[in-house]
Structures are given as C-alpha cells and as structure tokens.
Design a protein around this ligand. Structure first.
Ligand code: NAD
Ligand code: ZN
Length: 248
C-alpha cells in the first residue's frame, strides 16, 4: 500500500502539466450517487436516452420528474476531500485542465476556475432549447412543470427544452471535446479518477493522453477496461487517497 502511494506521489511530483479526468465516483463522497455502483442511479432508473427524450412526451415528463427529484441532493452537495485535493494541486500550478464527465459543478465549487473545467457531458444547473440553443433557467422550467407537468417549450422558436446535459445517444459538445483532446494530448500525466471508463467517446480521453506520451494513473474503487494501459492503477477510495498524496 505504501509503495502504491509512493509511486503515485512520485508521478505527481515529476509532472509539470497534469490533466485530471473525473467521473461520477469523485462525487459519491459528496452524497451524489454514481450510475454503476450498487445502489447507484442505474439500478433505480434506467437512463432515458436522447431518442426516447425526443420521441416521447412521457419520457420528457419522466426526465423532468427525475431532475427535480435530484435537485434537493444536488443543490446541497459540497465538494469533498477528493475535489479539494485536486484544487490544492491546481493552486500549486500543477494542473492544466480538469476534464469532467460530471454535471454537478463541484470542481468549480472547489475553486477551479470555470475556464479550466471542461464539461464533456454538459451541466445540469440550467436548461437549453435543442433547436436554437436559447438558455432557460431551471426555476422557470419548474414553474411551468410543477403544477400539472406541462412540458417547457422555447419562448423564441417553440423547440424542445432539455437540461444542458448530454444524454446517451446525444452528440458530444464539439468545442469541449476539442479542448479536452488538446489537453490530453499535451499533458505529461493524466489522472483518471472515479470513472468506470466504459462511456464513450469520453473514455477515449485517457487513451489520448497515453498516445501523446503522457503517464496514466487510474484511481477507482474497482477495475476498469483501461487498466492495462495505465502506468499505475489504484483500486482505492478517492477522498482519502488523494488527500494522502497531496498531504491535505
Ligand atoms: P460510473 O457510475 O459509470 O462509474 C463511477 C465509478 O466510480 C465506479 O466504477 C465506482 O466503482 C467508482 N467509485 C464510486 N465512488 C467511489 C469512491 N468513493 N472511491 C473510488 N471509486 C469510487 O460513472 P462515470 O464513469 O462517470 O459514467 C457515468 C455517466 O453518468 C457520466 O457520463 C456522468 O455524466 C453521469 N453522472 C454524473 C454524476 C455527477 O455529475 N455527479 C452522477 C451520476 C452520473
Ligand atoms: Zn429555441
């Protein structure tokens, strides 16, 4: 165990430009369930994919019901030890970018500047028109939806309104993917933290870092399909492990 920590610490100390790549696992210690762990969201609610959302009013209603049911958890969630350890490395100037699959905004809340967080699966704190891109605030959607589950439509073009997240089957945001690829290809170490690394194309990002010549560390409670590509794999809890190596 000490040998693993030492190897991890040494990789961090010897790197000048680290990219962090996070998944839902970094936020479970903040009380937000992940998808694939026992008791995770996947068991309770199969995700609604993009074509279902577009094709069925009932799927849209169900997705807003789930969204507002999660709101009480999301709005109270605070960054945990893992987020804070990353933010302390960032303050030391070690981190070029934080690429996240999460939609919870906790990296920004931990002190990483907005422009250094790349959200490849969007953000759940506001909504957007799928046709013209107009922004709609959640309070407005909730006002329309809460009384009799009326579905929100765009005030400008009448299009369908959806949270600004990327669903399964929905196109990835081009600019974010471009920035994430560039960061991965030019870093000297990528830390993949709390991701099952099975959701593509996001899971290509750690591999890009490897192809660009960077080191790859995977920190996750359970094995992932990319473990064979990593220089170091730590099957450990995120908060305590990151706190130990960053000496928080
Ligand atoms: P995932 O649920 O597929 O994988 C999470 C991984 O983290 C699992 O392998 C689990 O074993 C591990 N893990 C959980 N808690 C941990 C801990 N404390 N220490 C160590 N390991 C821990 O999540 P994913 O890879 O991010 O893919 C799911 C998709 O769901 C993402 O694209 C994301 O957009 C979305 N999602 C986001 C949130 C959020 O924003 N917090 C929550 C749920 C799902
Ligand atoms: Zn519109």
């Amino acid at each position: 165990m000490q040998a693993e920590f030492d190897a991890f610490t040494e990789l961090i100390e010897n790197s000048r430009s680290i990219v962090i790549f996070t998944g839902a696992g970094i936020s479970t210690e903040s009380g937000i369930p992940d998808f694939r762990s026992p008791g995770g969201l996947w068991e309770k609610n199969r995700p609604i994919d993009f074509s279902e959302f577009l094709g069925s009013e009932e799927a849209r209603r169900e997705s807003w019901r789930r969204k507002f049911a999660m709101e009480s958890v999301l709005s109270k969630a605070k960054p945990n030890k893992g987020h804070m350890a990353i933010s302390s490395l960032y303050d030391k100037g070690k981190i070029g970018a934080v690429i996240t699959q999460n939609i919870d905004g906790l990296h920004q809340a931990s002190g990483i500047r907005d422009e250094d967080v790349i959200e490849v699966h969007g953000n759940t704190t506001y909504a957007k028109c799928l046709d013209c891109g107009s922004r709609m605030e959640l309070v407005e959607v909730q006002k329309i939806f809460s009384e009799d589950e009326t579905l929100p439509i765009c005030g400008r073009c009448g299009g369908i309104i959806k949270t600004a997240t990327i669903s399964f089957g929905q196109a990835m945001p081009e600019e974010e993917m471009r920035r994430a690829s560039a960061a991965a290809l030019t870093c000297d170490l990528l830390l993949a933290i709390g991701s099952s690394l099975v959701v593509y194309p996001a899971a290509d990002i750690p591999l890009m870092a490897k192809q660009g010549g960077a080191g790859l560390v995977i920190l996750n409670r359970e094995p992932t399909p990319l473990d064979g590509h990593a220089d170091l794999v730590l099957n450990r809890e995120i908060g305590e492990t990151l706190a130990a190596v960053t000496k928080l």
